[in-house]
Write a protein that binds this ligand. Structure first.
Ligand code: ZN
Length: 498
């Protein structure tokens, strides 16, 4: 087999892998959105069969021989094909290092633990979830040792979500954030409070659905390739650049909740919808990492969506759909949408206090993986950190350690990418402003300019570059969290008139 024939084989293999992933993804999406409760059993069976077939396809003798051959001829491959081989090598090494029966047992554990977590959260009963969390931590540590014995286990966890991210980088990044956010938050708290009472004005759900459609139009999300579903906890799932699903949750007395979740998920969707055509059905299609993904969604949600210009742009539509809101000005609404206040729940936190919620989780995960804390002591540690970082008392585990689904699904190491993504976004804004007037583009409903810029710098590359490499190319230099702290400083000075 010559190199061209090997590449043809690789294309075939990746198309088959795509097909399995696509089918399983549709099943999961269906599960989250419209499937009846009783459909769990057959779906579980189908998922089991498909995931075994897909595992065998990716790690079988034929795929391994092909990978070896391509690695031998790496210097004859194009940049893109070399990257595909590199990604494949990393992934199969991980899959091969974990014995298949342990992998299956872990999938079952995750499945069960997600269900138990939901129940435990409802009852606010950490004890119920504790043994599962304990097993998940042990398994993660074991997998880290099997796959990367040369690496610190928590660094391995971080690397799963943001390739190249380490504790050393996190420590430095979080230290910079703390030094700026803590004093800024103190200044904000001593300023006169902002009125947010009108944000609970009843806004009928059918009208909020119309607002979602309008938001998708403003963001230039193509109707033929992106639809919106309704779920408990909003997420986005991208199958290919032709098929991306976003979701939201409507609350009649909190219209901003759904509005900003649509903008956030829309940011994820735009990224997945704009990979270069030549990456279709290959491992290079779609976003590279959680950090870069969050940089796009949080850029849209906060930097664009919570700007005065964007609030002004959507205001006429808001008062058309909910006339009572007309009693409040654009300026009042913009301030209310940017109130900063320590709170209990991460997903409802404002832009300024959000990174503090992430730091709590980072400290917890580090201690869990290092084995510095018993599972029984985790709620106490959580509550202590909330007091220390945010100055608030956690009343119960439902509003504390049980609030997020990540750990129950095995997602240890995921959280820091949210904070990193926010910081990436601020540096992208600074760079974008060198090329055009971003405020004016938003004010005049020309978000297409923002999209074109992001497509050119980030989206079109799919997974071609490692996250840090991609961001450095876009920034035209190294990542610097100062752009983020400056951005927060400027924004909150303006919002609160400090
Ligand atoms: Zn997100």
């Amino acid at each position: 087999m010559n190199v061209q024939e090997a590449i043809n084989k690789l294309n075939e293999l990746e198309l088959q892998e795509f097909a399995y992933g696509h089918a399983m993804g549709i099943l999961s999406y269906d599960d989250e959105t419209t499937a009846p409760r009783g459909s769990r059993i057959p779906r579980g069976k189908t998922m089991g069969v498909l995931s075994e077939l897909s595992y065998k396809l990716s790690t079988g003798d034929e795929a391994m021989r092909l990978l070896d051959q391509l690695k031998e001829h790496a210097d004859e491959l194009s940049e893109e094909d070399r990257r595909r081989v590199e990604l494949r090598d990393k992934r199969t090494r991980e899959m091969k290092a974990i014995p298949v029966e342990e992998y299956v047992a872990y999938s079952e554990l995750i499945n069960e633990s997600s269900n138990v977590w939901r129940e435990a959260k409802n009852r606010s009963d950490y004890k119920m979830f504790e043994p599962y969390l304990g097993k998940i931590i042990e398994t993660q540590k074991r997998f880290a040792g099997l796959v990367r014995p040369d690496m610190d286990p928590y660094d391995y966890c971080l690397d799963q979500y943001e390739e190249g991210l380490t504790q050393e980088k996190c420590e430095e990044f979080f230290k910079t954030l703390r030094e700026h956010i803590v004093p800024l938050l103190e200044r904000v708290r001593s300023a006169p409070p902002i009125d947010t009472s009108f944000l609970s004005t009843p806004f009928p759900i059918s009208d909020q659905r119309e607002l979602s459609r309008k938001l998708m139009e403003i963001m230039n999300l193509p109707k033929d390739n992106c639809v919106i579903g309704e779920v408990e906890h909003p997420f986005t799932t991208g199958f290919s650049k032709y098929d991306v699903r976003i979701t939201t949750h409507y609350y009649e007395d909190a219209f901003l909740s759904s509005m900003y979740s649509v903008i956030h998920e829309g940011g994820h969707a735009l990224y997945d919808l704009h990979s270069d055509d030549r990456f279709c059905f290959t491992s290079l299609e779609g976003g590279i990492s959680m950090g870069v993904h969050e940089s796009q969604s949080r850029f849209y949600e906060n930097i664009i969506g919570r700007s005065r210009e964007f609030v002004g742009l959507i205001y006429p539509e808001l008062i058309r759909l909910c006339p009572k809101l007309a009693a409040h000005s654009v300026d009042q609404l913009w301030r209310a949408a940017n109130v900063a206040e320590p709170s209990l729940i991460r997903t409802e936190a404002d832009e300024l206090t959000y990174p503090l919620h992430i730091m709590v989780r980072y400290e917890m995960e580090k201690a869990m993986i290092k084995g510095d804390v018993n599972t029984a002591d985790l709620p106490g540690m959580w509550n202590g950190l909330y007091k220390e970082y945010l100055g608030i008392d956690v009343p119960d585990d439902k509003n504390g350690i049980l609030q997020d689904s990540h750990w129950s699904g095995g997602g240890i190491g995921y959280f820091p990418s949210y904070a990193l993504g926010s910081a990436y976004g601020a540096q992208l804004l600074a760079k974008m402003r060198e090329d055009f007037d971003v405020r004016e583009a938003v004010r005049s409903n020309q978000l297409i300019k923002v999209n074109n810029w992001l497509e050119d710098k980030i989206w079109k590359y799919g997974s071609l570059y490692k996250p840090a490499e991609l961001m450095e190319k876009a920034f035209g230099g190294p990542f610097d969290p100062k752009y983020y702290t400056d951005y927060l400083e400027r924004k909150y000075t303006e919002v609160y008139g400090l």
